[in-house]
Design a protein around this ligand. Sequence first.
Ligand code: VOV
Length: 248
Amino acid sequence: MPEPAETIDGWYCLHDLRSIDWTSWKRVPVDERQEILAEFTAMVETWIDNEQKEEGSYALYSIVGQKADLMFMLLRPTMEELEQIEKAFNQSRLAEYTIPAYSYISVVELGKYMFKGDGDPLEDPSVRERVFPILPKWEHICFYPMDKKREGDDNWYMMPAKDRGQLMYGHGMVGRKYAGYVKQVITGSVGFDDWEWGVTLFAHDVLQFKKLVYEMRFDEASARFAEFGPFYVGNVLEKDKITGYFQV
Ligand code: VOV
């Protein structure tokens, strides 16, 4: 009998990716552009304020390549709060100059594979830190959704829990080599979005994404079972750099 994996779930997560309509933006008079950016910056300040109160977290990055220009990653205790944030942005004046590029709905997830404690895992401070994370504001972000295969002998969901645990242990060992270089936030999205997990990685040196993801490809958990969606890579956009980013 297959044994379903148990998860510890934390904050809900929205990855919201937007492209900028630069042609329309360039036509906006300078004074008006400043007002629009001041309104957007004030919105980002509410995200910062929320994070300082530890009621959620945020990450704001510019995306390189044509898939999108901006990515907001937002964590909140409820799906309703995520909807409010999305709506607030959609109703803002800046949204009139952006085009939705991609979005992803998930929840921060920790598999119980490695959790050995008794009782309520959410009372363990090290677990709380993982499922209610304050997102790093490191220089680079890499986000992609992924699935685990369900094909013939390579069906993740039909494997005994012990074997899956062993593979996840091997996976964790590869990941541990990147401690301090790459920080991962794994979000589960079965029932919420088109893929099974969102993988969000943060790094100071963007090349570490390629090294880690490539090394993982040779590890059995990924080599046999992982299937990937689109990759988005970008650079941190600090609040004080927003005006400069939109300069035309
Ligand atoms: C920075 C490196 C890093 C480290 C240390 C790390 C460790 C760990 C551990 C210990 C565990 C198991 C417990 C848990 O936390 O759930 C996981 C879990 C998971 N991971 Fe991971 N992972 C990393 C990095 C890392 C990457 C780069 C990827 C993408 C895979 C790739 O090939 O591109 C990934 C995926 C996942 C997924 C989808 C899960 C959930 C699988 C499930 O079936 O439940 N992960 N991961």
